[in-house]
Design a protein around this ligand. Structure first.
Ligand SMILES: [Zn+2]
Length: 80
């Protein structure tokens, strides 16, 4: 996935495509937060999966395959 923009709760957000997008279940949020920080050296922004309006984005946890609840990504500027 190499997107530069995502629509979240009706607003378009520019994101850092090189920092990746992770979808996880509640169980794996902490683990993926840690890995995101380790890998990209930034703390990701988190959104509810239901708020992210992107048909191409998976609905399942990228770690275990359970229902994806949280999306981790890095928003540019981060001013909403
Ligand atoms: Zn999981």
């Amino acid at each position: 996935m190499n997107q530069t923009q995502l629509r979240i709760q009706g607003k378009d957000y520019d994101i850092y495509p090189e920092h990746g997008i992770r979808v996880v279940c509640m169980e794996h949020v902490e683990q993926e937060l840690d890995e995101y920080v380790d890998k990209y050296e930034v703390a990701p922004d988190t959104f509810a999966r239901a708020d992210v309006e992107d048909a191409a984005l998976t609905d399942t946890c990228m770690v275990c395959g359970a229902e994806g609840k949280i999306v981790l990504l890095h928003v540019k500027g981060n001013q909403g």
